[in-house]
Design a binder for this molecule. Structure first.
Ligand code: GUN
Ligand code: ZN
Length: 449
């Protein structure tokens, strides 16, 4: 039995704050404690109280830093760690010119394993303790992803993409091989340790109707698996989708007509939606996922968080690396704030930090396990330092409320603000990422102009 007591300022959410004054939505303790045993939070409260009850347990004192539930990223592409920051294209060209060629490299076990290590290092150093990831089309990429997740004992969700057309030959499966590989991956990984499998038809453009039917069969056979895909990110994408599925009432209807919409469905982007599509999202409980840095980077459009929320739809928020430009959920909230500002909505920092933790856990239906610091949940914790750069420290000298501090973290914070991360109760100190070495180097790229 391993016990550990963490001391620090503590913030955890119970529900979404309706405003900055909605103090019932969260607990904040100036001198708080978390008692952790075998990876689970056993007790939480004021330090004096919890330490008196706990007795002789080793204490790690994180004061004056802020302990919160680890961040959850609900949409990210594992094989795009070397695609991030690729210049000059919008969605379809970006996929064809940069992303698909890069993903072909994940046919190799060795490359997949190397990149899985790099990917998980990036997640952890940015304070992300759970992510929902797209792997490449290759089964080997998903095996590498779950192998690494298992080694690190992280709660991770992911799946190999199903894609059988409109991509390079070496990046296509078939309806049958996509089905067979997915079945094998579910058998090997789903529910094993902290892993969850996500059935992943990449998007309508790269899946034939035959493959969509196979995805439907998988969803019916495995109702406990999540489903993820992309929806209405870009106008050219929507037009092409309508050409490919002329019988569909709209883009979402492609997925709806194959029975792929439920509360377990995550729909990346969901920007340019028609009225019927919004009705269908509200009826089925499927979740749009807002990817702010990606939407700005690819010039895709402005996500209507306010409008969808008014319809009772609950949205995730995510990085979407490699179209997203940062692994940091803090930077994701920063750009998200600006996108909502452009639409006349000022996201309160308490709502923002709720979104990246309990809000995303709610979207995944995993709030009994992650996204908050209640007793019985898994001890995935991030420790935040709002004075992690000179500019932040300067600003912090004029801050006198929790909300203001959170906003400094949101607007100015990145991986430097992540003081420590606990995964299943174990500190990640000492597992700092290896800086890319020769095996990562891509010399041909250096010769291009
Ligand atoms: N649509 C289909 N595949 C992708 C992808 O890899 N990234 C983004 N941003 N959109 C997609
Ligand atoms: Zn994506």
């Amino acid at each position: 039995m391993t016990q550990r007591l963490l001391r620090g300022r503590l913030l955890t959410f119970h529900r979404e704050p309706q405003s900055g004054e909605d103090t019932g939505a969260y607990t904040y303790l100036e001198d708080g404690a978390l008692l952790i045993q075998d990876g689970i939070i056993q007790d939480t409260g004021p330090f004096t109280e919890i330490s008196a009850k706990a007795g002789d347990v080793p204490v790690t004192d994180h004061r004056p830093h802020l302990m919160m539930a680890g961040f959850i990223d609900t949409h990210i592409h594992f094989p795009q760690v070397q695609v991030i920051a690729s210049w000059g294209a919008q969605l379809l060209d970006w996929l064809n010119n940069y992303t698909f060629p890069e993903e072909t490299r994940f046919a190799s076990d060795e490359h997949s394993a190397l990149m899985a290590r790099a990917f998980f290092d990036q997640l952890v150093t940015h304070g992300t303790t759970t992510a929902v990831a797209y792997c490449s089309v290759h089964k080997t990429s998903a095996d590498a992803f779950f192998t690494e997740a298992t080694k690190r004992n992280m709660r991770m969700l992911g799946g190999k993409v199903l894609m059988d057309r409109n991509a390079p030959d070496s990046l296509q499966d078939t309806p049958q091989t996509g089905y067979d590989d997915t079945k094998a991956l579910i058998a090997d990984w789903h529910g094993k340790g902290r892993n969850g499998y996500v059935i992943t038809p990449r998007f309508a453009i790269t899946s034939s109707p035959e493959q969509m039917a196979m995805a439907q069969a998988l969803a019916q056979e495995h109702p406990d698996c999540h489903i993820q895909t992309h929806l209405s990110e870009n106008k050219d994408e929507i037009a092409f989708t309508k050409q490919l599925y002329p019988q569909a009432r709209d883009y979402l209807d492609v997925y709806q007509s194959y029975g792929l919409l439920s509360q377990k469905t995550l729909l990346g982007h969901s920007i340019h939606l028609e009225a019927r599509e919004i009705d269908a999202l509200a009826e089925t409980g499927a979740h749009p996922v807002f990817c702010p840095t990606s939407n700005l980077f690819l010039g895709s459009g402005l996500f209507d968080h306010g409008g969808l929320k008014t319809r009772g739809i609950s949205n995730g928020i995510a990085t979407d690396v490699g179209a997203g430009t940062s692994y940091s959920m803090l930077q994701t909230l920063n750009e998200g704030y600006k996108i909502l500002q452009l639409q006349g909505l000022s996201l309160h920092p308490l709502q923002a930090f709720h979104w990246a933790t309990l809000g995303n856990a709610n979207v995944l239906g995993l709030e009994d396990k992650i996204g908050n610091l209640s007793p019985g949940t898994e001890a995935d914790i991030v420790v935040l330092n709002a004075r992690s750069t000179p500019a932040m420290a300067l600003r912090m000298d004029r801050v006198d409320s929790l909300a203001e501090e959170l906003f400094v973290l949101q607007m100015m914070g990145d991986d430097r603000a992540i003081e420590e991360v606990y995964i299943s109760g174990a500190p990640s100190t000492g597992t700092r990422p290896n800086v890319p070495n020769e095996s990562f180097a891509n010399t041909p790229a250096m010769t291009r102009t």
